[in-house]
Design a protein around this ligand. Sequence first.
Ligand code: AHR
Length: 503
Amino acid sequence: MQKATLILDKNYTIGRIDPRMYGSFAEHLGRCIYTGIYEPGHPCADEQGFRRDVLDLVRDLDVPIVRYPGGNFVSGFNWEDSVGPVENRPRRLDLAWKVTEPNAVGMHEFYDWCKKANSEMMYSINLGTRGAEAARDIVEYANHKGGSKYSDLRIANGKKEPMNIHLWCLGNEMDGRWQMESKTAYEYGRRANEAAKMMKWVDPSIELVTCGSSAFDMPTFGDWELGVLNECYENVDYVSLHRYYGNPDGDTASFLASTADLDAFIKTVVAICDTVKGKKHSRKRLNLSFDEWNVSYHSDHSGANRALREKARWGEELPILEDVYNFEDALLDGCILNTFLRNADRVKVACLAQLVNAIAPIMTRKGGGAWAQTIYWPIRYTSRYGRGSSLRPVLESPEYECKRFGSVSALDASAVLRDDGTVAIFVVNRSMTEDIELKIDLRAFGELAVKEHVLLTNPDLKAVNTEENPNNVIPVKGPGGKVDDGVLSVKLNRLTWNMLLLG
Ligand code: AHR
């Protein structure tokens, strides 16, 4: 059997993990909101029409923030349409997804839903068709205590106390041609800066995320970040990153190594932020908000949804981007979270895209059940156990060759020193062929024993969970391992995701 070693030391930390690294995203897209989180008349619906079965799954994932209401949707959205009596709200054509938006769920409803989900709203504003004035107004509406036009309107609409929304996105993917009123870096940077100034004048306690490139491989990547930050560096707090991976050619070895691309993306954006910091002689350090990430290709790849979308133009509750995730997708999502943990000093916010039905860990059937997709499991365990300080993993692992990234480490690992003194270690063996014996040197921690070994394994990389068979890919108890003189030996079978908890 191949062998690997991992050395951890409680004194060698990467940084404190911001719990918002385990955020998610709920866009007015497809069936995420309508028949996803909200379905009045469903047997599980609560008094506000929110599905209790979905809320249970979201609470179980432990999601501290949810980005809302878009995504592409937000670039044509008028926030005023989403407040006030529901019967007075307009039905609008949503040009992002070519559907009709009924505005039955709006800002107040989503705020209430977040409370029920033990989460907080991360609110994205429209910097496509709208500008700084609307941005100023919505902060006044949500966060000002009262005694002004928009704060009084909120109170009249039933919310006496301010919503205190802390984290705001300054638009979405404004470099993308598919965005309503996309912009050049200069145009967007200027608009973002003016909006940011005015939003913070209304509420200086808020934090702001400016749009980075919509992907690492955008032709304008790099120049976009430099141009935007040149305009708004001092008034924003985070730069956004978005990245989706797929395996359309069936090259699993490369697919599972996509974290090489992810790590390079993160490190490059950090370098750009710090370059602008230096150039501006600024004392301020920008961090990263990886506010869209996941595997996404199954539904588009088949083409079926596109055809359906065309046929159902201006419809409602359409099954858009309903990727059915398989076991290998769960392995990659585990590796993505490991990569965020290894960059915890700069990645402070991350939002899994998305939460329900549209490229999501949670699926529902209208009038039917709710179930967890394969990707739910590594996300759930990393979110629940991966909080505290991220430890620097010194890993010596066998490597394998893949087409897209050359030679890559077979093991992908991260480790967390939790505040209760226990250590959580997340390891994916992404080798297609080799089981590996891993020795983890934990001598710096004193006496430790394996308390839990959670294992995600399946002989079929393409195995999925469905409403009829929701437990096809679920975690099982792993064999654990023996700690001898502070060194844990554990066998990690090929193509497995593992969480080891030591205490
Ligand atoms: O998450 C789906 C879409 O992907 C979002 O609306 C957009 O921001 C991205 O292109």
